[in-house]
Design a protein around this ligand. Structure first.
Ligand code: UDP
Length: 329
């Protein structure tokens, strides 16, 4: 059985669908602080998904899961992920993302479970010295969120040496889109991400999409990111689990498309794909935004055989359908 922490969240729920399609048995552990019970219900319509509500900060909660189920491997998403909030309230991030993961890892070791796939982030690199960023790029996070994830990477490496815990660290770049059948999707409150925010401004009167700064040192002045489709990302987790089963080795991979898109470019693609003019204004820069961040994803291609199958147009189309569903709920 595979334990998916944070399976009621955005990337976690898409990964559960992928793993169900691959015939895996799943137990989801989620505090529902940011995840949604409706997502669990949607997953339970797709397959036999067990659900345990609990918080990683309480070691008894996670201990209960390992007592009740025979867990072969863990895919660990449960985390807070707002960069700005992490600057205001670092304690929340270190307690949950770092200390909570320590509870999870200790419980795994105690029960003899030694395989984990971990959602890390390109935020562990900080402001890049060069792009595309490869896995050897120095890690100097510029937010407590990035630091909380980097600390987990370091703990996992030490736990491998000391206790034989094998971990795959997946450093995500930007994630977009949703399930092609719209059963689960991106549901953040508040929403801070680019593509859902552009789409949200197409619903209702008077909503204007805000570009955070057009005075960056990039060709059109707006920030460049690497938008990877969430179903492609989910597939990488399945491949990572298979790698752990076959190779029983720790490793780290960037997950990105290797293509940098500027904010203006993404906005233009949205107008084109959705075939409508979207109200837009340029406002000042958002604190902490790196100018350009996109991946060198050569390693994941050669070692795991993963390749993105979906384009940013695909992500925008599915994200729009999901938003439409949410708006009419
Ligand atoms: N962005 C924007 N307006 C928004 C949301 C995001 O201009 O309403 C920009 C943001 O400044 C960044 C890019 O879009 O340059 C991607 O931001 P997002 O929050 O989606 O992901 P991040 O790269 O911060 O993880």
């Amino acid at each position: 059985m595979i334990l998916v922490t944070g399976g009621a969240g955005y990337i976690g729920s898409h990964t559960v669908i992928n793993l169900l399609n691959a015939g895996k048995e799943i137990v989801v552990f989620d505090s529902l602080e940011n995840g949604h019970i409706e997502i669990i219900q949607a997953l339970q319509k797709i397959g036999d998904v067990k659900f345990v509500k609990g918080d990683l900060r309480n070691i008894e909660d996670i201990e209960g899961v390992f007592k009740n189920y025979k867990i072969d491997a863990v895919v660990h998403f449960a985390a807070f992920a707002l960069v700005g909030e992490s600057v205001e309230n670092p304690a929340k991030y270190y307690r949950n993302n770092t200390f909570g993961t320590l509870n999870l890892l200790d419980t795994m070791i105690k029960h003899g479970c030694k395989k984990i796939v971990f959602s890390s982030t390109c935020a562990t690199y900080g402001n890049p010295n060069y792009v595309p960023v490869d896995e050897k790029h120095p890690q100097n996070p510029v937010s407590p969120y990035g630091s909380s994830k980097l600390m987990v990477e370091m703990i996992m490496n030490d736990y491998d040496k000391a206790y034989g815990l094998k971990s795959i660290k997946l450093r995500y770049f930007n994630v977009a889109g949703c399930d092609k059948d719209c059963r689960v999707g991106e549901w953040h409150e508040p929403e801070t991400h680019l593509i859902p925010n552009i789409i949200k401004s197409t619903f209702g009167e008077g909503k204007t999409f805000k570009i955070f700064g057009d005075d960056y040192n990039t060709p059109d002045g707006t920030c460049i990111r690497d938008y990877v489709n969430v179903e492609d990302l989910a597939e990488a987790h399945r491949l990572a689990l298979e790698y752990l089963e076959k190779e029983n080795k720790s490793n780290v991979f960037n997950l990105g498309t290797e293509k940098g898109d500027s904010v203006k470019n993404v906005f233009d693609v949205c107008e084109k794909v959705l075939n409508q003019k979207i109200p837009v204004e340029v406002v000042s820069r958002r604190d902490g935004d790196a100018e350009a961040l996109y991946a060198n994803a050569n390693k994941v291609k050669t070692v795991l055989g993963w390749k993105p199958q979906r384009t940013i147009e695909d992500s925008i189309k599915t994200a729009y359908r999901w938003e439409e569903k949410m708006e009419t709920k």
